[in-house]
Write a protein that binds this ligand. Structure first.
Ligand SMILES: [Fe+2]
Ligand SMILES: [Fe+2]
Length: 133
């Protein structure tokens, strides 16, 4: 079963963002699957690197839009982004240090809950308020 199932309630109503969120979910699901099937280390490593860079790029885009629009909750939103990127870096560091144990639980606990919660609260507010990108 996929780690994160796309649900209609995640939809923000701006196609480009919904599409990017769907792609991120898909990537996380594929990474999770690779861990579940005991894929070779380098495959999992590539997935983790890709997750980090794609999510970082998505956040950078949101943050530049917020700055341009003088968005009132810029700092809180950015802090939330930074907390997740720190979490992903922790997972990567741990994995590089040799840890493979409980990787799928770590990904699911930290990424799924965070991601789903962030979409529904912070991203939904941002995109609804600005109505752009
Ligand atoms: Fe987002
Ligand atoms: Fe966000």
């Amino acid at each position: 079963m996929a780690l994160i199932e796309w649900r209609e309630e995640f939809r923000i109503g701006i196609d480009a963002v919904d599409h990017e969120h769907q792609q991120l979910i898909e990537l996380i699901n594929r990474a999770h699957k690779s861990i579940e099937v005991d894929a070779p280390r380098d495959v999992v490593e590539l997935f983790l690197g890709e997750i980090f860079s794609k999510i970082a790029a998505h956040f950078a885009l949101e943050e530049s839009v917020m700055r341009r629009s003088n968005y009132d909750q810029y700092l809180e939103h950015k802090q939330d982004h930074e907390a997740l990127l720190d979490d992903i870096l922790d997972i990567i560091t741990e994995f590089d240090g040799g840890g493979f144990d409980h990787m799928s639980e770590k990904l699911s606990h930290r990424l799924r809950d965070w991601f789903v919660g962030h979409f529904k609260s912070k991203d939904a507010r941002l995109h609804n308020l600005l109505g752009v990108f």
